[in-house]
Design a protein around this ligand. Structure first.
Ligand SMILES: Nc1nc2c(c(=O)[nH]1)N[C@H]1C(S)=C(S)[C@@H](COP(=O)(O)O)O[C@H]1N2
Ligand SMILES: [Mo]
Length: 167
């Protein structure tokens, strides 16, 4: 009987909004890579730090230059086994890569926009600006596109990257 009461008490505690909330807020940020890939990934900061680090310079809206450091989106997609390089031809060119943020913002890139064989333009998932981690409104993960005139596809607070076939 005593055990039952303790068990029920524990169950109530674990499922209470307070406890669940506390769990959510302490959870480490990740970027989920899914869809048309061989190996879906769930990348943490430590995982991204293992990739080759690339720098992209971009002006902010006030015209000031910043150096962003991070990982090429193509390297992340390659690691997940998306069809890039020699595999990016024919029907695979009908794929797009959707990037999603924690505020619900979403943008897409055609897969060829991210492939080294099609373009030299760097698109990175940045983890640092000017050598420092990104703020909570920008990061911890931020898409930064070299030389794209408008900043609208530079998604802040990235949570997911999904490869899909266009219909
Ligand atoms: N997560 C997220 N990223 C976003 C947006 C957004 O609403 N949410 N807005 C985009 C748009 S429309 C613009 S113009 C730029 C603005 O970037 P800034 O606030 O760093 O200047 O962020 C882009 N990235
Ligand atoms: Mo914008």
């Amino acid at each position: 009987m005593k055990h039952k009461i303790i068990l029920i008490g524990l169950l109530i505690l674990l499922t209470s909004p307070f406890f669940l909330n506390a769990q959510v807020t302490t959870q480490e940020a990740t970027v989920k890579v899914s869809g048309e890939v061989i190996t879906p990934l769930n990348l943490k900061m430590a995982d991204l730090n293992q990739f080759t680090q690339v720098e992209v310079k971009r002006k902010d809206k006030d015209g000031n230059d910043h150096i962003y450091t991070g990982v090429l989106l193509s390297d992340i997609l390659q690691k997940a086994g998306a069809t890039l390089g020699k595999d990016l031809h024919g029907k695979n060119l009908n794929k797009f890569v959707q990037v999603e943020a924690s505020d619900g913002y979403q943008v897409v890139f055609a897969i060829a926009e991210l492939d080294k064989g099609f373009t030299d333009r760097l698109v990175i998932l940045a983890t640092q600006m000017d050598g420092k981690p990104l703020s909570t409104t920008e990061g911890p993960f931020h898409i930064v596109i070299q030389d794209e005139k408008k900043p609208a596809r530079c998604v802040r607070m990235v949570t997911a990257i999904k490869v899909q076939f266009a219909k």
